[in-house]
Design a protein around this ligand. Structure first.
Ligand SMILES: NC(=O)c1ccc[n+]([C@@H]2O[C@H](COP(=O)([O-])OP(=O)(O)OC[C@H]3O[C@@H](n4cnc5c(N)ncnc54)[C@H](O)[C@@H]3O)[C@@H](O)[C@H]2O)c1
Ligand SMILES: O=c1ccn([C@@H]2O[C@H](COP(=O)(O)OP(=O)(O)O[C@H]3O[C@H](CO)[C@H](O)[C@H](O)[C@H]3O)[C@@H](O)[C@H]2O)c(=O)[nH]1
Length: 330
């Protein structure tokens, strides 16, 4: 039984590959077009195929040749403000290409699919922490592109007899505690990554996008989940499906929100470095607060996070950023 990991050379996918290896999964095939991923993010024993998830001939060949029983589909475009500027690009990358992949999976008899969805499907939820049953109402093209894919996967699973787990990630942060991989995208936009770069002097300053939100300090609230805990959620989801478990849609978060200003304070404290913070206008597409209702994944999969600690997440992000700086200098 082999697992096809699309987008496995990216940030979260490369942590999933490590989680699978650590759990003894023998055959792992990564399909990645390296648009934002890196071949060096993968251990040498993992087969990397450079290609597009929508290349149905290639994906069919990989599935049949390696007898793939499960696909973990990470490959996507992921930046909320970019999706506002380029909605058609996001619908192509995240919806149209997912359709092509799922069609290939259905035709070739793949049994299980794990899909990377997002808290962005909830939009501006009225209930926080947000439960999975809340009607999804995304407020940006990124969230809509992912919600459409969720619907396609659920419909196709019923029609074609595969099972799935849709994981709705909240804000993913941190790095492999053993330093094997981390978030490596140049010009990244994610708050914790940007703040650690500012702390290390790799950026001149950090902008806070919006201080007039209806939150305690006026900046946005997010639920930051450590990336290896998230990868472990995928691994237990795979075990669940392989042992005959039902299809599920689950939030991945800790159930606690931190504001942008709080995160910045933690980065300054943990790094011991001060940096310039500019208070700027709101960024398009940002919801004010989004925090996971986090009970269902524990109940359904027995998932038990090991890194639910913002200080630790920031320390990992700093360590990875320093390692990346050394790598880029050599
Ligand atoms: N980072 C977050 O906070 C976050 C939150 C919620 C959901 N997600 C989802 O998690 C998944 C992984 O995100 P990430 O943060 O690791 O991003 P990433 O950009 O590091 O990884 C995406 C990977 O997919 C590859 N890729 C993109 N399009 C492809 C295609 N058509 N064919 C083959 N490979 C392709 C890229 O090269 C990259 O390696 C995405 O689906 C994203 O929407 C991320
Ligand atoms: O330099 C920065 C970067 C971010 N922010 C703020 O920090 C918060 C978090 O922003 P990120 O860009 O780190 O993450 P998002 O919440 O926009 O989105 C992330 O989490 C979402 C789920 O909540 C989606 O899944 C998406 O893929 C993923 O990028 C937002 O309020 C944003 O405005 C800043 O103030 N300054």
């Amino acid at each position: 039984m082999a697992v096809l990991v699309t987008g496995g050379a990216g940030y979260i996918g490369s942590h999933m590959v490590l989680a699978l290896i650590d759990a003894g999964q023998e055959e792992i095939i990564v399909l990645d077009d390296l648009s934002t991923g890196f071949d060096w993010a993968l251990p040498p024993e993992v087969k990397l195929v450079v290609g597009d998830v929508a290349d149905q001939a290639l994906v069919t060949e990989l599935i049949l040749q390696h007898r793939v029983d499960a696909i973990a589909h990470f490959a996507a475009k992921i930046v909320v403000p970019d999706s506002v500027a380029d909605p058609l690009g996001y619908y192509l990358a995240n919806t149209v290409k997912t359709r092509a992949l799922i069609e290939t999976a259905a035709r070739t008899g793949v049994k299980h699919v794990i899909f990377s969805s997002t808290a962005a499907v909830y939009g501006e939820p009225e209930i926080v922490p947000v439960p999975e049953d809340l009607v999804a109402a995304p407020i940006n093209p990124y969230g809509r592109s992912k919600l459409m894919s969720e619907w396609m996967i659920a419909d196709a699973a019923k029609a074609h007899g595969f099972s799935y787990v849709i994981l709705r990630y909240f804000n993913v942060a941190g790095a492999d505690p053993r330093g094997r991989t981390g978030q490596s995208t140049p010009n990244a936009t994610h708050l914790i990554k940007v703040a650690t770069q500012a702390a290390l002097g790799q950026r001149s300053h950090l902008e806070v996008f919006g201080t007039d939100y209806p939150t305690p300090d006026g900046s946005c609230l997010r639920d930051y989940i450590q990336v290896s805990d998230l990868a472990e959620a995928h691994r237990v989801a795979l075990d669940h499906l392989r042992s005959g478990g039902d299809s599920l849609t689950l939030n991945c978060g800790y159930g606690r929100g931190y504001s942008v200003l709080e995160v910045i304070e933690v980065v300054k404290r943990i790094s011991g470095r001060d940096f310039e913070v500019r208070l700027s206008p709101r960024r398009p597409g940002d919801p004010a607060r989004i925090v996971a209702g986090a009970d269902r994944i524990r109940a359904e999969l027995g998932w038990s996070p090991k890194h639910d600690d913002l200080d630790g997440i920031v320390a990992q992000a700093l360590a990875w950023e320093e390692a990346l700086g050394r790598r880029n200098r050599t």
